[in-house]
Design a protein around this ligand. Structure first.
Ligand code: IPD
Ligand code: CA
Ligand code: CA
Ligand code: CA
Length: 271
Protein backbone atom coordinates (compact mmCIF):
# COMPACT_ATOMS: atom_id res chain seq x y z
CA UNK A 1 0.00 0.00 0.00
CA UNK A 2 1.25 3.49 -0.86
CA UNK A 3 2.41 5.61 2.08
CA UNK A 4 -0.42 8.16 2.67
CA UNK A 5 2.10 11.04 2.54
CA UNK A 6 3.41 9.87 -0.85
CA UNK A 7 -0.16 9.55 -2.13
CA UNK A 8 -0.90 13.13 -1.03
CA UNK A 9 2.30 14.45 -2.64
CA UNK A 10 1.56 12.56 -5.87
CA UNK A 11 -1.95 13.95 -6.09
CA UNK A 12 -0.73 17.51 -5.55
CA UNK A 13 2.14 17.09 -8.04
CA UNK A 14 -0.23 15.70 -10.70
CA UNK A 15 -2.70 18.51 -10.19
CA UNK A 16 0.04 21.19 -10.34
CA UNK A 17 1.62 19.62 -13.45
CA UNK A 18 -1.79 19.35 -15.16
CA UNK A 19 -2.67 22.99 -14.48
CA UNK A 20 0.78 24.33 -15.44
CA UNK A 21 0.75 22.20 -18.59
CA UNK A 22 -2.62 23.61 -19.61
CA UNK A 23 -1.44 27.15 -18.95
CA UNK A 24 1.64 26.58 -21.13
CA UNK A 25 -0.26 24.78 -23.90
CA UNK A 26 -3.28 27.09 -24.08
CA UNK A 27 -1.69 30.37 -23.02
CA UNK A 28 1.38 30.50 -25.27
CA UNK A 29 1.38 33.92 -26.94
CA UNK A 30 1.83 33.70 -30.71
CA UNK A 31 4.48 36.41 -30.46
CA UNK A 32 6.29 34.87 -27.48
CA UNK A 33 9.66 36.49 -26.89
CA UNK A 34 12.72 35.90 -24.76
CA UNK A 35 12.22 37.78 -21.49
CA UNK A 36 15.77 37.38 -20.13
CA UNK A 37 18.94 35.32 -20.46
CA UNK A 38 20.82 33.51 -17.71
CA UNK A 39 24.18 31.68 -17.91
CA UNK A 40 24.72 32.63 -21.59
CA UNK A 41 22.86 34.40 -24.43
CA UNK A 42 21.21 31.09 -25.47
CA UNK A 43 20.10 30.23 -21.90
CA UNK A 44 16.68 31.85 -22.13
CA UNK A 45 13.63 32.40 -19.99
CA UNK A 46 10.18 33.52 -21.16
CA UNK A 47 7.24 35.05 -19.33
CA UNK A 48 5.58 31.60 -19.56
CA UNK A 49 8.38 29.83 -17.62
CA UNK A 50 7.80 32.34 -14.84
CA UNK A 51 4.00 32.16 -14.97
CA UNK A 52 4.06 28.34 -14.84
CA UNK A 53 6.40 28.33 -11.85
CA UNK A 54 4.20 30.86 -10.00
CA UNK A 55 1.15 28.68 -10.60
CA UNK A 56 2.92 25.58 -9.24
CA UNK A 57 4.50 27.23 -6.18
CA UNK A 58 1.19 28.99 -5.40
CA UNK A 59 -0.68 25.69 -5.39
CA UNK A 60 1.95 24.04 -3.18
CA UNK A 61 1.93 26.99 -0.74
CA UNK A 62 -1.86 26.76 -0.54
CA UNK A 63 -1.93 23.03 0.25
CA UNK A 64 1.38 22.42 2.04
CA UNK A 65 2.69 25.75 3.36
CA UNK A 66 5.48 24.17 5.48
CA UNK A 67 7.26 22.45 2.58
CA UNK A 68 10.48 23.75 1.01
CA UNK A 69 10.70 24.58 -2.69
CA UNK A 70 13.55 24.64 -5.22
CA UNK A 71 12.28 26.14 -8.46
CA UNK A 72 14.36 26.87 -11.55
CA UNK A 73 12.99 30.37 -11.95
CA UNK A 74 13.82 31.39 -8.39
CA UNK A 75 10.65 30.38 -6.58
CA UNK A 76 12.66 28.80 -3.76
CA UNK A 77 11.81 28.73 -0.06
CA UNK A 78 13.10 26.92 3.02
CA UNK A 79 10.59 24.59 4.63
CA UNK A 80 10.13 22.93 8.01
CA UNK A 81 8.23 19.74 7.11
CA UNK A 82 11.13 17.66 5.71
CA UNK A 83 9.48 17.74 2.25
CA UNK A 84 11.04 19.77 -0.56
CA UNK A 85 9.61 20.28 -4.05
CA UNK A 86 12.04 20.40 -6.97
CA UNK A 87 10.38 22.14 -9.92
CA UNK A 88 11.20 22.76 -13.55
CA UNK A 89 8.09 24.64 -14.67
CA UNK A 90 9.02 24.34 -18.36
CA UNK A 91 11.72 21.88 -19.37
CA UNK A 92 12.54 22.50 -23.01
CA UNK A 93 12.11 26.27 -23.15
CA UNK A 94 13.92 26.57 -26.50
CA UNK A 95 11.55 24.02 -28.10
CA UNK A 96 8.60 25.89 -26.56
CA UNK A 97 9.82 29.24 -27.91
CA UNK A 98 10.03 27.80 -31.43
CA UNK A 99 6.72 25.95 -31.19
CA UNK A 100 8.30 22.50 -31.17
CA UNK A 101 6.18 20.03 -29.16
CA UNK A 102 8.83 18.41 -26.96
CA UNK A 103 8.61 20.22 -23.63
CA UNK A 104 7.31 19.30 -20.20
CA UNK A 105 6.45 20.36 -16.69
CA UNK A 106 8.61 18.48 -14.18
CA UNK A 107 7.72 18.30 -10.47
CA UNK A 108 9.42 16.11 -7.85
CA UNK A 109 8.93 15.85 -4.10
CA UNK A 110 11.82 14.90 -1.84
CA UNK A 111 11.53 13.64 1.70
CA UNK A 112 14.66 14.12 3.78
CA UNK A 113 16.70 14.53 0.59
CA UNK A 114 15.38 11.43 -1.26
CA UNK A 115 13.05 11.82 -4.24
CA UNK A 116 9.81 10.05 -3.34
CA UNK A 117 7.43 11.34 -6.03
CA UNK A 118 8.03 12.44 -9.63
CA UNK A 119 5.59 13.78 -12.21
CA UNK A 120 6.41 14.86 -15.77
CA UNK A 121 3.58 16.24 -17.91
CA UNK A 122 4.14 16.54 -21.66
CA UNK A 123 0.94 18.30 -22.81
CA UNK A 124 1.63 18.35 -26.56
CA UNK A 125 1.93 14.55 -26.47
CA UNK A 126 -1.12 14.32 -24.23
CA UNK A 127 0.98 12.19 -21.88
CA UNK A 128 1.87 12.39 -18.19
CA UNK A 129 4.39 10.13 -16.48
CA UNK A 130 4.57 9.58 -12.73
CA UNK A 131 6.33 7.47 -10.15
CA UNK A 132 6.33 6.91 -6.41
CA UNK A 133 9.47 5.59 -4.75
CA UNK A 134 9.19 1.78 -4.56
CA UNK A 135 5.82 1.82 -6.33
CA UNK A 136 6.78 1.65 -10.01
CA UNK A 137 6.24 4.15 -12.80
CA UNK A 138 3.08 4.73 -14.78
CA UNK A 139 1.90 6.87 -17.67
CA UNK A 140 -1.44 8.18 -18.79
CA UNK A 141 -2.04 9.27 -22.34
CA UNK A 142 -4.17 8.97 -25.42
CA UNK A 143 -1.67 7.17 -27.65
CA UNK A 144 -0.59 4.18 -25.55
CA UNK A 145 -3.21 4.60 -22.81
CA UNK A 146 -2.76 4.18 -19.05
CA UNK A 147 0.07 1.77 -18.41
CA UNK A 148 2.94 0.66 -16.22
CA UNK A 149 6.30 1.75 -17.60
CA UNK A 150 9.16 -0.66 -18.24
CA UNK A 151 12.44 -0.06 -20.03
CA UNK A 152 13.03 -2.05 -23.18
CA UNK A 153 15.35 -5.09 -23.05
CA UNK A 154 18.96 -4.10 -23.66
CA UNK A 155 20.30 -4.37 -27.20
CA UNK A 156 24.04 -4.65 -27.87
CA UNK A 157 25.55 -1.18 -27.50
CA UNK A 158 25.97 -0.76 -31.26
CA UNK A 159 22.16 -1.16 -31.58
CA UNK A 160 21.35 1.27 -28.74
CA UNK A 161 19.40 4.48 -29.36
CA UNK A 162 20.79 7.05 -26.92
CA UNK A 163 19.64 10.59 -26.30
CA UNK A 164 21.70 13.47 -24.99
CA UNK A 165 21.60 17.22 -24.49
CA UNK A 166 23.95 20.15 -24.68
CA UNK A 167 24.50 22.70 -21.96
CA UNK A 168 24.11 26.44 -22.58
CA UNK A 169 27.73 27.32 -21.76
CA UNK A 170 29.90 27.48 -24.89
CA UNK A 171 32.97 25.68 -23.46
CA UNK A 172 30.83 22.85 -22.06
CA UNK A 173 29.00 22.51 -25.41
CA UNK A 174 32.21 22.32 -27.39
CA UNK A 175 33.45 19.46 -25.23
CA UNK A 176 30.07 17.71 -25.39
CA UNK A 177 30.12 17.86 -29.18
CA UNK A 178 33.51 16.09 -29.14
CA UNK A 179 32.18 13.31 -26.89
CA UNK A 180 29.08 12.84 -29.09
CA UNK A 181 31.28 12.69 -32.18
CA UNK A 182 33.21 9.77 -30.68
CA UNK A 183 30.06 7.98 -29.52
CA UNK A 184 28.01 8.14 -32.73
CA UNK A 185 29.91 5.38 -34.60
CA UNK A 186 29.56 3.08 -31.57
CA UNK A 187 25.76 3.37 -31.20
CA UNK A 188 22.67 2.87 -33.35
CA UNK A 189 22.15 6.62 -33.23
CA UNK A 190 21.97 9.70 -31.04
CA UNK A 191 18.89 11.86 -30.40
CA UNK A 192 18.72 15.41 -29.06
CA UNK A 193 15.12 15.96 -28.02
CA UNK A 194 15.52 19.22 -26.09
CA UNK A 195 13.98 18.24 -22.76
CA UNK A 196 15.94 16.22 -20.21
CA UNK A 197 12.75 15.29 -18.37
CA UNK A 198 11.13 13.93 -21.56
CA UNK A 199 14.34 12.05 -22.44
CA UNK A 200 14.27 10.27 -19.06
CA UNK A 201 10.56 9.44 -19.46
CA UNK A 202 11.15 8.16 -23.00
CA UNK A 203 13.75 5.82 -21.53
CA UNK A 204 11.15 4.71 -18.96
CA UNK A 205 8.62 4.12 -21.79
CA UNK A 206 11.05 1.94 -23.78
CA UNK A 207 11.39 4.59 -26.50
CA UNK A 208 15.12 5.01 -25.88
CA UNK A 209 17.84 2.65 -24.63
CA UNK A 210 19.87 5.30 -22.84
CA UNK A 211 20.44 8.97 -22.10
CA UNK A 212 23.34 11.01 -20.83
CA UNK A 213 24.11 14.67 -20.31
CA UNK A 214 26.62 16.90 -18.58
CA UNK A 215 25.59 20.14 -16.89
CA UNK A 216 22.11 19.35 -15.60
CA UNK A 217 20.54 21.06 -12.61
CA UNK A 218 18.53 19.21 -9.93
CA UNK A 219 15.22 20.46 -11.40
CA UNK A 220 16.05 18.97 -14.83
CA UNK A 221 16.66 15.57 -13.29
CA UNK A 222 14.67 14.99 -10.13
CA UNK A 223 11.31 13.72 -11.43
CA UNK A 224 12.60 11.99 -14.58
CA UNK A 225 15.35 10.19 -12.67
CA UNK A 226 12.80 8.61 -10.30
CA UNK A 227 10.44 7.70 -13.17
CA UNK A 228 13.31 6.06 -15.11
CA UNK A 229 14.53 4.12 -12.06
CA UNK A 230 11.03 2.95 -11.16
CA UNK A 231 10.67 1.70 -14.75
CA UNK A 232 13.79 -0.44 -14.23
CA UNK A 233 16.49 1.85 -15.61
CA UNK A 234 19.83 2.30 -13.92
CA UNK A 235 20.90 5.90 -13.33
CA UNK A 236 24.16 7.36 -12.10
CA UNK A 237 26.87 9.85 -12.71
CA UNK A 238 30.56 9.24 -12.86
CA UNK A 239 31.27 5.60 -11.86
CA UNK A 240 30.06 5.01 -8.30
CA UNK A 241 28.33 8.38 -8.08
CA UNK A 242 24.77 9.64 -8.33
CA UNK A 243 23.67 11.77 -11.28
CA UNK A 244 24.97 15.32 -10.91
CA UNK A 245 26.06 18.39 -12.83
CA UNK A 246 29.26 16.51 -13.74
CA UNK A 247 27.40 13.76 -15.54
CA UNK A 248 24.01 12.08 -15.60
CA UNK A 249 23.72 8.67 -17.27
CA UNK A 250 20.52 6.63 -17.42
CA UNK A 251 19.95 3.46 -19.39
CA UNK A 252 18.29 0.11 -19.50
CA UNK A 253 20.38 -2.46 -17.58
CA UNK A 254 22.92 -3.92 -19.99
CA UNK A 255 23.42 -0.60 -21.77
CA UNK A 256 24.14 1.42 -18.62
CA UNK A 257 27.57 0.03 -17.77
CA UNK A 258 29.11 0.03 -21.26
CA UNK A 259 27.73 3.52 -21.88
CA UNK A 260 29.04 4.83 -18.57
CA UNK A 261 32.44 3.24 -19.30
CA UNK A 262 32.65 4.89 -22.72
CA UNK A 263 31.68 8.25 -21.22
CA UNK A 264 34.41 7.78 -18.64
CA UNK A 265 36.95 6.86 -21.36
CA UNK A 266 35.95 9.93 -23.35
CA UNK A 267 36.23 12.18 -20.26
CA UNK A 268 32.60 13.27 -20.65
CA UNK A 269 32.58 15.32 -17.45
CA UNK A 270 35.56 17.50 -18.35
CA UNK A 271 34.99 20.91 -19.92
C1 IPD B 1 17.15 22.24 -20.61
C2 IPD B 1 16.60 21.01 -21.30
C3 IPD B 1 17.60 20.51 -22.32
C4 IPD B 1 18.93 20.22 -21.70
C5 IPD B 1 19.45 21.45 -20.97
C6 IPD B 1 18.43 21.92 -19.93
P1 IPD B 1 15.40 24.13 -19.79
O1 IPD B 1 16.24 22.73 -19.65
O2 IPD B 1 16.34 19.99 -20.38
O3 IPD B 1 17.17 19.31 -22.93
O4 IPD B 1 19.83 19.85 -22.70
O5 IPD B 1 20.65 21.06 -20.32
O6 IPD B 1 18.91 23.05 -19.28
O7 IPD B 1 16.39 25.24 -19.67
O8 IPD B 1 14.70 24.10 -21.09
O9 IPD B 1 14.50 24.04 -18.60
CA1 CA C 1 16.05 27.03 -18.36
CA1 CA D 1 15.28 22.14 -17.54
CA1 CA E 1 13.09 25.15 -17.35
Amino acid sequence: MTDPLYAELLQLAREAARRAGELLRDGRPADLEVAATKSSPIDIVTEMDIAAEKLITGLIAEHRPDDGVLGEEGGSTEGTSGVRWVIDPLDGTVNYLYGLPTWAVSIAAEQDGETVVGVVAAPMRGETYHAVRGGGARATGAWEGERTLTCRPAPPLDRALVSTGFNYVTEVRAHQAGVAQRLIPLLRDIRRGGSAAVDLCDLACGRLDGYYERGLHPWDLAAGDLIAREAGALTGGRPGERPSWDLAVAATPGVFEPLQRLLEDFGAWRD
